[in-house]
Design a protein around this ligand. Structure first.
Ligand code: BES
Ligand code: ZN
Ligand code: ZN
Length: 462
């Protein structure tokens, strides 16, 4: 937890953010001051010394906050597991970014280790010595809590996180003020005729869920809600069109990364008490070739009556998202944003360093979101969204088919989804950044919680 502190307790671990000169603080020895001077004269971006059990870190001031967040991760890799408290001596946004990078790096997913206690970090307090508004610190803590939640969800395997379990996890948000969670079970989903979600669920023994999270503060700035939709495929085998590439199924517990992102986003927004009316919609199921699984050739009638010819059961994300997007229409939204680990094509196009953004919302709004991407270093690359691409998802026997042609797979998927939304719409394909196979600084290894910091930055400035 990041806290405000007034004074440094000597012997405590500490990180100094230094500019051209070193400003010493009470309780610091001359050895530290000497080292700081050497550090300033050097080309190094970070440095540290150890005095007995005590760690002293030095980080060079930087206008690029991402460099500072990454330095926060470096501190975590050096600091002992047993350290419970660290002070940060430095000013303004640099100090906040260092605290953020360190807090995000302190995340661990140890649930399934027998000797978890041996591996555990004990860091509990990151104490800022400069003065901040209480709100700046609480927002950082809340958003970090939501990112942790999101990462936990993505890291949980299907053996724990079924669709009903995901709904249950989201229900725990109800402890936050002005936030309400409603879960539709299978009977309700059948009654509503959400054909896409039900079709994908046909091969499963676990029931699907459709979770609605509404955050409505007393006096929201927006009259019409902002709707966030997240793909909640708790496991994607590909279904009858079983995933063809060796190893490609290994990370498919992360196919609910969009759900984790959007649920995490509204959780953070509510804890941060943003003045916005927001609703998150989370359709969830696993995708398997079981019992009565849907098959290529099937024609499915979706929630809004659109018929879809299924030509690949592995294109299941768009089937469940389409129903949720169509459900948003009755809520009269001002803006609809979805996040989904939707296509391998998005990863092929831009890799794991960014998510794809596309949509028909006005360009200023898209630009705002792209700007937030730079602010928090969850960058977005905009794809074209011309109507020509929609031609590729037209079917010869139904209104649409669920796959496009050989090229531009992330865009044809986006065009398929656009068909179901009546309001200004933005689609985020997070297939690349949602889950990392190897550690990447404070983003970690495994579930990254991508999108939560991005969308919170966007909503804060909205
Ligand atoms: N969940 C996958 C997309 C994915 C791929 C996410 C890699 C994360 C990493 C999605 O459901 C899928 O299988 N998409 C297919 C669509 C195709 C059949 C049109 C794909 O991208 O191959
Ligand atoms: Zn799939
Ligand atoms: Zn999928």
């Amino acid at each position: 937890m990041i806290k405000q502190g007034k004074s440094y307790s000597k012997d405590g671990h500490i990180a100094f953010i230094v500019g051209k000169e070193f400003t010493t603080i009470e309780g610091v020895s001359t050895i530290v001051e000497e080292q700081a001077k050497k550090f300033i004269a050097s080309d190094e971006k970070t440095d540290y010394i150890k005095l007995g059990e005590q760690f002293i870190f030095f980080v060079k001031e930087n206008d690029d906050l991402e460099k500072i967040r990454v330095a926060g991760h470096e501190i975590r890799t050096k600091l002992s597991k047993s350290a419970e408290e660290i002070f940060i001596s430095g000013k303004g946004t640099n100090a906040l970014a260092l605290a953020e990078g360190l807090a995000l790096s302190n995340y661990q997913f140890l649930k399934y280790f027998k000797d978890a206690d041996k591996k555990r970090y004990h860091l509990k307090s990151i104490v800022l010595l400069d003065t901040f508004e209480a709100k700046q610190i609480s927002r950082l803590n809340n958003t970090t809590t939501a990112v942790y939640w999101s990462r936990d969800m993505v890291n949980e395997p299907l053996s724990y996180l079924t669709a009903p379990q995901l709904a249950k996890e989201i229900q725990s948000f109800e402890k936050v003020d002005n936030l309400k969670v409603t879960v539709f079970n299978k009977a309700k989903i059948e009654e509503l005729k959400m054909g896409g979600l039900l079709a994908v669920n046909l091969g499963s023994v676990d029931e699907p869920t459709f979770t609605i999270v509404e955050y409505k503060p007393k006096n929201p700035k927006n009259k019409k809600p902002i709707i966030l939709v997240g793909k909640g495929v708790v496991y994607d085998t590909g279904g009858m069109s079983l995933k063809p590439t060796a190893g490609s199924m290994d990370i498919m517990k992360s196919d609910m990364g969009g759900a984790a992102c959007m649920a995490g986003t509204i959780y953070a927004a509510a804890m941060n008490e943003l003045d916005l009316h927001i609703i998150a919609l989370i359709p969830a199921t696993d995708n398997r070739p079981g019992g009565n699984a849907y098959v290529p050739g099937d024609v499915i009638t979706m929630y809004d009556g659109t018929t879809v010819e299924v030509l690949n059961t592995d294109a299941e994300g768009r089937m469940i998202l389409a129903d949720a997007l169509a459900y948003s229409n009755a809520l009269n939204p001002e803006l609809v944003i979805d996040a989904a680990t939707l296509t391998g094509a998005a990863v092929a196009a831009i890799g794991q360093k960014a998510a794809c953004i596309m949509g028909n919302a006005n360009q200023e709004i898209i630009d705002e979101l792209v700007k937030s991407g730079y602010n928090v270093h969850e960058r977005l690359a905009q794809m074209p969204f011309w109507d020509d691409y929609a031609e590729e998802v037209k079917s010869s026997i139904a209104d649409l088919k669920n796959i496009g042609g050989k090229y531009a797979g992330s865009i044809t998927a986006g065009k398929f989804l656009e068909h179901f939304v009546k309001s200004p719409y933005i689609h985020l394909d997070i297939a690349g950044p949602a889950f990392l196979g190897s550690e990447e600084n404070y983003k970690g290894k495994g579930g990254t919680g991508t999108g939560v910091r991005l969308l919170n930055n966007f909503l804060e400035n909205y």
